[in-house]
Ligand binder design. Sequence first.
Ligand code: AMP
Ligand code: MG
Length: 337
Amino acid sequence: MKTLLLQEEQIEQAAEIIRNGGLVAMPTETVYGLAADATNGKAVAKIFQAKGRPMDNPLIVHISELSQVRELVREFPEKAQKLAQAFWPGPLTIILPKSDKIPDEVSAGLDTVAVRFPSHPIARKLISLSSPLAAPSANLSGSPSPTTLRHVQKDMDGRIDAILDGGECSVGVESTVITLATEKPRLLRPGGITLEQLRAVIGEVLLDDAVLHPLKSGAQASSPGMKYKHYSPKADVILLKGTEDAFLRFVNQKTDGKTAALCYREETERIQIPYLVLGGKGDYETQANRLFSVLREADEKGYETVYAHCPETEGVGLAVYNRIIRAAGFEVIGLEK
Ligand code: AMP
Ligand code: MG
C-alpha cells in the first residue's frame, strides 16, 4: 500500500479516507494517533492489523465537541463533567460505561469506553470533518510512541492510507487515563494531566497498582494495555536507582562503546561514556516531551544497553517513570549510597 503524506491544507482528503473506512495517522498534542472511524468496526479492526496490536487492548475514542460524548457513553456523571470542564480539550482520557454505538473492536469486548477530547487543532478538524475517531498511538505495537512525523513514517509507511503532517507533538507522552466506571475514580495511566491535578478537581483518585509495579502473574489488568511490555527500543534499558554520585560511578565503568547513559542535563559534565539527555532534573515536562525521541535515538546510534537514572514520581514525572519502567521491562538495579 502507498501511504500518502498530507499537509494541513489537504485535510479534507484525509477526512474522506476516514469516511471510506481507511486509516490516517494524525498529530495530537500527546503523540501521533492512528485513526479510524470509531463507529465502523471493520475500519477499526484494520488499526490492530497495521500496528500488530493485540485485539484485547481497547482503543481511545477522540471527539471534537463535548456534546459528542453523550452518544458514546451510557452515563456522564458529575465527576466526569467536572474533569471535562477542567481538562478538555487536553491530554485526559476518561473511561465510562459504553453506549451501543461503540463496536466491540473499539472496546475489545469490555463494557466501557475510553473517551478523549484532544486540543490539537488538526486532530479536532479531522474529527469534525469525519466522525469520532478511534486512535491508539501510530507506532508498531511495543515500540516507543511516535512524537514526530519521521517516527510515524519509520513505523507505518506502507501499512496505512495516509499521514497528516503536524510537526512535533508538544506533550510527548500518551494521555492520562482515569476510569470512572469503578466504585472510586482510579488512575490507570499517568500523563500530561497529573494525579495531583485530578485530585484537586474531584477529590479522591486511587492510583492503580500497575502504574508503578509489574502486574502480579494471574492478576487481571484494569487497563489491558498495561500488561504488555511497551515503549521499548531494541536496546536493553535498565533503570538505576540511587544518588547522582552512585549513578555516575556505575555508568562510568561501562566503557565498551555499546553502552549509553540516559541522564539529566546536570549530570552530563561528569559522564565519561556516550549519553542521551532526558532533560533538566526537575523539568518533568521536558523529560516527557523528549523521552520517546531519545529511546528511538538509542537504536539509531546502535547502543545495545542504556542505563537510565531512575526518574522522580511527582507531577508529570510519574508519567515519565511509568513509561521508562515499562521500556525497561521493570528491570531496576538499586545502587549503594
Ligand atoms: P493507546 O491507545 O496505545 O494510547 O492505549 C490506550 C490505553 O487505554 C491502553 O492502555 C488501553 O488498555 C487503555 N484503555 C482503552 N480503553 C479502555 C477501557 N475501556 N478500559 C480500560 N482501559 C482502556
Ligand atoms: Mg500505544
